[in-house]
Design a binder for this molecule. Structure first.
Ligand code: HEC
Ligand code: HEC
Ligand code: HEC
Ligand code: HEC
Length: 495
């Protein structure tokens, strides 16, 4: 790999302890053939070879609580007005629910057939081992062409073994071509990736920033098609500024903001990118070191596959390398969280007001020329805010980078608002105060979200087309209904 990663080897004695530990845990690999050819998408079929890993993987089903972020932070609905995230957005939960959450989300809508609904096929891409299976079966470009509903009957098993392991050798493997392409674009030679790198890179397949790159191609029947290919914008670097430059250069926008009309970027979850800037990332502590502690049962060592907050198991994670008391660790992490929360609240408030003030300026007759620089500020300010917090737990993985981005986001939002004061004054709105967006209801009303209708349509979809998908998948042998035993069905709108 690139030099950057090698530098990680230099460090304190604590680092040495960390690296010894890492070397120790990676000696145990999964060198077993699960399937002769192709991808074994059924998680339960891996169970007989690796019962301990399977059982612990299944425990991700215990992280089932829905945390409705739009209710917790109503500003979000204003910030994302005109985009799917203003309809529904929850905090992440266990991998076991990744697929269900994607299906239940109001963002994926209520298709009535394979070509209806708002989202493209790409929206399945980080939810299931059926994704690499489909890519292998139909080809990458065909997979990335069409609507989300095209694959409702195919993508049916939640994130599991084949997302991170090779079905023929059992070893850690990158199942997603878009990570490999992203690494290559950023200057990493994929052929030189080491086993240690893999303990973070398997996660980077999904916990990373991406966009859907419009890619024209000709299908087997000779028909012109356009695929929306998941692409990591890493060619100029992994920082927020480098990616912004990448997006600006190709004039890319995820959507046009409904109120301010700003050409917006939506940060996905640049978790891996943020992590590389933090001290743990720099010292070579991998995602697995904290999220997959080594455990033993009946004398057998295994990696705990219950991916969750390491704070639920401080004794087996942090304290492998640190020797402070548990309580002290909790306090340290809690303080980091509070610092982020404070700056984040200010940044969100300023950005939401900037959108609303811009909306007012348009309403009063402001011109494109008067608004252009303001809209660019809003785009850049919101990108930094979103980038810093969309990657979950960045406040811990990369505290300095998170606070830096929030501070700059805030400065840019303030600049936009100062310019807006002048424009608004010119059109006679001196002292204009944005409307109240302090609850989810108020904020969604401002954003023009008709929640009741979205929920009714979704319930209808769940009672009809979704049932057809499942029946079809069972018939095709892709889904074993037994594998969903004990799976609760929760959403932000279920009663
Ligand atoms: C195939 C894509 C994919 C891969 C690979 C992946 N994740 Fe995830 N991860 C997700 C998605 C999607 C969610 C959110 C699921 C939800 O909320 O329904 C998630 C959620 C999580 C959560 C939150 C769990 C909770 O209970 O709150 C943690 C922690 C996590 N992932 C860590 C990791 C780590 C560490 C790795 C690598 C060892 C990894 N993930 C690999 C897609 C992936
Ligand atoms: C999100 C990625 C991810 C998923 C999903 C995943 N694994 Fe793993 N697995 C890893 C990582 C990373 C390691 C290496 C851990 C280490 O080196 O500390 C690993 C290690 C292993 C090992 C080697 C022995 C050990 O315990 O360290 C086995 C066997 C294994 N996994 C089986 C499975 C099975 C079976 C499933 C599905 C039920 C599964 N894995 C799902 C990432 C994953
Ligand atoms: C040094 C330890 C450490 C490393 C390394 C680490 N994490 Fe974390 N991670 C944490 C802690 C601590 C939290 C939880 C904070 C909390 O519960 O509020 C967390 C939380 C998360 C969450 C969010 C869980 C949630 O429900 O909000 C995700 C996702 C995640 N980590 C993914 C990753 C990925 C991917 C990597 C590697 C690129 C990684 N982590 C590396 C310690 C670590
Ligand atoms: C695999 C070893 C390893 C694990 C596991 C680990 N750390 Fe660390 N931690 C390190 C190293 C290495 C450093 C950097 C020390 C240095 O260079 O001074 C560090 C530094 C820190 C620091 C000081 C830097 C900062 O960001 O404030 C804190 C706090 C910390 N770790 C908390 C945690 C917590 C909480 C966990 C568990 C979620 C954890 N660590 C898990 C190895 C580890």
């Amino acid at each position: 790999m690139k030099k950057m990663y090698k530098v990680l080897l230099v460090g304190s004695t604590l680092t040495l302890a960390a690296l010894t530990l890492a070397a120790f845990t990676t000696t145990a690999t999964a060198k077993t053939m699960i399937k002769k050819e192709g991808i074994e998408n059924h998680n339960e079929k891996w169970a007989k070879h690796f019962p301990l890993q399977y059982e612990s993987w299944r425990q991700t089903s215990q992280s089932e609580r829905i945390d409705d972020m739009l209710a917790k932070k109503p500003q979000l609905a204003v910030l994302w007005a005109g985009y799917g995230f203003s309809k529904d957005y929850n905090a992440p939960r266990g991998h076991f629910y990744a697929l269900q959450d994607n299906i239940n989300s109001l963002r994926t809508g209520a298709p009535v057939g394979p070509i209806t609904g708002p989202m493209p096929t790409a929206c399945w891409s980080c939810k299931s081992p059926d994704v690499p299976r489909m890519m292998a079966e139909v080809g990458e470009l065909e997979y990335f062409t069409g609507k989300w509903a095209k694959y409702g009957h195919e993508i049916v098993n939640p994130i599991g073994c084949a997302d991170c392991h090779d079905s023929q050798t059992g070893e850690l493997a990158l199942s997603r071509p878009f990570l490999k392409a992203g690494l290559e674009a950023s200057g990493v030679n994929v052929a030189e990736i080491t086993g240690d790198d893999m303990r973070s890179l398997v996660c980077a397949q999904c916990h990373a920033e991406y966009y859907f790159k419009k890619t024209p191609w000709t299908d087997k029947a000779g028909k012109e098609q356009v695929a929306g290919v998941v692409t990591f914008p890493w060619a100029k670097g992994l920082s927020a500024e480098a990616m912004e430059e990448y997006y600006d250069e190709i004039d890319f926008k995820d959507w046009t903001h409904k109120i301010s009309k700003a050409p917006m970027l939506k940060a996905q979850h640049p978790g891996y990118e943020m992590y590389t800037t933090g001290i743990h990332g720099r010292r070579g502590v991998s995602c697995a070191d904290c999220h997959m502690p080594s455990k033993s049962k009946d004398g057998q060592l295994y990696s705990d596959h219950n991916l969750q907050s390491p704070l639920n198991d401080i004794g087996n994670t942090c304290l492998n390398c640190h020797d402070q008391p548990e309580e002290e660790f909790r306090t340290v992490v809690e303080q980091k969280l509070q610092r982020k929360e404070q700056l984040m609240a200010i940044a969100m408030d300023n950005l939401a007001k900037a959108h609303l003030e811009a909306g007012k300026a348009w309403e009063l007759g402001a011109t494109e020329a008067e608004m252009a620089a303001i809209l660019q500020d809003i785009r850049h300010g919101q990108w930094r805010w979103d980038y810093s917090i969309a990657s979950h737990a960045s406040f811990f993985h990369a505290p300095e980078e998170t606070l830096r981005l929030l501070a700059v986001a805030n400065e840019i939002a303030q600049t936009a608002r100062l310019k807006l004061v002048q424009v608004l004054a010119k059109y006679g709105a001196v002292g204009y105060a944005a409307p109240d967006f302090s609850t989810k209801e108020k904020a969604q009303a401002i954003a023009g979200v008709n929640l009741a209708q979205l929920v009714t349509e979704k319930e209808q979809f769940k009672a009809t087309l979704l049932q057809e998908w499942n029946k079809q998948a069972v018939k095709n042998g892709t889904l074993n209904m037994e594998s969903r035993k004990g799976m609760s069905d929760k959403s932000s709108y279920s009663k």
